[in-house]
Design a binder for this molecule. Structure first.
Ligand code: 2YC
Length: 267
């Protein structure tokens, strides 16, 4: 799991309108509709929740500690979706207590291992990896005009990759997985997923969900020329040349799609 840096995310909230427009252009769906598909939640439920539920984001000092502006960016994404939201003044357990005292119905908080959205009144816990995978598969589906009966290659068979495989199956696609770790491939194959063994086979797929935490390793010659590339994985695996080749067909962000899908799943 890649730890975000302040440098990467510090301008995110100012760029949310541009992010939303770009995503809608590529997927022909608004962020709200994408989150509804990814989260498998009705638009009606999201709209009514946005009036009823106040959201809190709690800074967590555990481990490597606070990422400056992280909570502020999460709050900005939640506000962009039309929800009332605040970042607690206190951190950690005190911050959770502050959130409940101020009437928060959903609490976002992240340490170095997990990024969660909790809805205590509904006993719902949403984990970022699962929500992010679902959000990016929904975006790929929008961009591809549907995934039913299509083969989609998932790069990386870890936490996000597994969630992507499961949601691809829900959407009627055939998830195929590649991982550089043979043990991971063996585990996924044991669960019944089709696997590919070599990087040379990647170019056989024109639909890719990249869940790897590696950067800068996918070169143009490794890719199908018509590839639609959805990348929850950070940093982007595409080399600058590959990025140029796939321009306009790359769905990638560092927090937004995951957070909006977490939000609707916690409603
Ligand atoms: O500012 C804080 O509260 C920090 N404890 C936040 C740490 C987030 C660490 N996780 C990440 O950077 C990302 C997540 C956004 C999803 C996966 N890794």
């Amino acid at each position: 799991m890649t730890r975000l840096t302040t440098e990467w995310i510090k301008n995110m909230k100012n760029e949310l309108p541009e992010w939303g427009r770009g995503l809608e252009e590529m997927t022909h769906m608004s962020p709200l509709n994408l989150a509804a598909v990814g989260g498998d939640v009705s638009r009606g439920r999201i709209n009514s929740a946005s009036w009823r539920i106040k959201v809190a984001v709690v800074p967590v000092t555990q481990g490597e500690g606070i990422i400056d502006t992280f909570c502020e960016q999460v709050a900005a994404i939640v506000a962009y979706m039309g929800f009332e939201v605040f970042v607690t003044e206190q951190t950690d357990v005190w911050g959770i207590y502050e959130a409940t005292q101020k009437g928060a119905g959903i609490i976002f908080l992240a340490d170095d291992m997990y990024f969660l959205a909790l809805n205590m009144s509904k006993n719902v816990v949403v984990e970022n990896s699962d929500a992010t995978a679902r959000g990016f598969v929904a975006a790929l589906e929008g961009a591809a005009g549907g995934l039913r009966d299509r083969a989609v290659l998932v790069l990386g068979g870890g936490r996000v990759g597994k969630a992507a495989l499961s949601f691809l199956r829900c959407r009627g696609a055939e998830g195929v997985v590649f991982d550089t770790d043979p043990e991971v491939l063996k585990d996924r194959a044991a669960e019944g997923w089709r696997t590919i063994k070599t990087k040379e086979e990647i170019k056989e797929f024109d639909l890719i969900v990249d869940c790897t935490p590696e950067g800068n390793w996918l070169t143009p010659d490794m890719l199908h020329p018509d590839t639609l590339f959805a990348s929850p994985g950070v940093p982007l695996s595409l080399t600058p040349e590959a990025e140029k080749m796939l321009e306009g067909r790359i769905i990638h962000d560092l927090l937004q799609l995951g957070v909006i899908t977490m939000l609707v799943m916690a409603c």
